[in-house]
Design a protein around this ligand. Structure first.
Ligand code: SF4
Length: 320
């Protein structure tokens, strides 16, 4: 009998008693301090910034308009609220029809979703929480882009609704973070996660396996350290190369070799075995099924990936 890995879906079902789905939204005007020049330019080497927009044409209607933490005015807030409503309506309807979701968690996914004036964040988050059948929010951000004011506000919100903050940890090795032009070090991530936990917030950590120059031991050390920081949920991803990124250039010059499927499966299996059982899993792989993917080829087909992963987990008596 194989042991089922504790998934985020199970966590939500146990807590809310029905199927809950995350509804990803992408609001125009949000950017990232690692792209706009505040901490660096160009972004992480693997980030194809446009790829974040979930192909919703209306997400592009404010092209050229960007917020940052110093912005004092936001002339496009009404348009952003409209986008939020439109995206939520369209996706929640689809998720209900396709997988029977009865309740929803709005996931602010693209770019850095705490990197805007506080009033803008508050208005958008509260609008999202006002939609029918929404049980809470998950907010994707960077460790260097969340103010004390926002932490405090989210902590208050979390007393009456479900609040998650998602941080890109990626690696605990500063040499790796530097090499991928992350724009912050591992201390920044550790401090942000500790702070989020001290505010009583739920934290999801994103980990990438196969970063340039990393060994299996380094990847597993990152996973162990992430768990020890007290994350409540985890997303595991392989690093893959897409067009129009700095990583694509490194790959073309032969300076980066993507992780093999075999190694990814090995690392993933061990990372799951090291994981405390209370930490839920939100994602075990990633890929892209279109011609923007350069390498590795195995990241193209999600179904095959999931099958291979389950075969690997089987050898450890686990299933996803
Ligand atoms: S932090 Fe996120 S949005 Fe910003 S450059 Fe890196 S991957 Fe892209």
């Amino acid at each position: 009998m194989r042991e089922q890995i504790f998934t985020f879906g199970q966590y939500l079902h146990r807590k809310f008693g029905v199927k809950v789905s995350k509804v990803p939204v992408s609001i125009s005007g949000f950017t990232c301090p690692n792209i706009d020049g505040t901490v660096a330019k160009g972004g992480c080497t693997f980030c194809e910034n446009d790829s974040f927009s979930p192909s919703l044409d209306r997400a592009k209607e404010l092209k050229g308009f960007y917020l940052n933490l110093q912005s004092t005015k936001n002339p496009h807030l009404e348009k952003q609220l409209d986008q939020l409503q439109w995206q939520f309506d369209a996706l929640s309807k689809r998720l209900s029809a396709e997988n029977g979701a009865e309740k929803f968690m709005v996931y602010f996914q693209s770019f850095t979703n705490t990197y805007a004036p506080f009033e803008t964040l508050k208005t958008l988050y509260e609008k999202a929480l006002s939609f029918d059948n929404v049980i809470g929010l998950s907010i994707g951000t960077r460790s260097d882009s969340i103010s004390d004011e926002t932490f405090h506000y989210l902590a208050e919100l979390s007393l009456k609704t479900e609040i998650w903050v998602e941080f890109g940890i990626q690696s605990i090795y500063d040499e790796t973070l530097k090499r991928i032009n992350r724009g912050h070090d591992s201390t920044s991530v550790k401090e942000a996660i500790r702070k989020a936990k001290s505010y009583g917030l739920n934290v999801c950590g994103h980990l990438i396996f196969g970063l340039p120059g990393e060994t299996k031991e380094m990847m597993l050390n990152t996973a162990s350290e992430a768990y020890s920081l007290g994350i409540d949920s985890v997303k595991y991803h392989p690093l893959y190369v897409v067009k129009r990124t700095a990583l694509a250039n490194e790959y073309a010059r032969g300076e980066f070799k993507p992780i093999s499927q075999e190694l990814y499966l090995e690392v993933l299996k061990e990372a799951v075995l090291l994981k405390p059982s209370r930490v839920s899993v939100q994602r075990i792989s990633a890929g892209i099924d279109d011609d923007s993917l350069i390498a590795p080829e195995w990241c193209k087909d999600k179904n095959t990936q999931v099958r291979m992963i389950n075969n690997a987990l089987k050898t450890a008596g686990l299933k996803y």
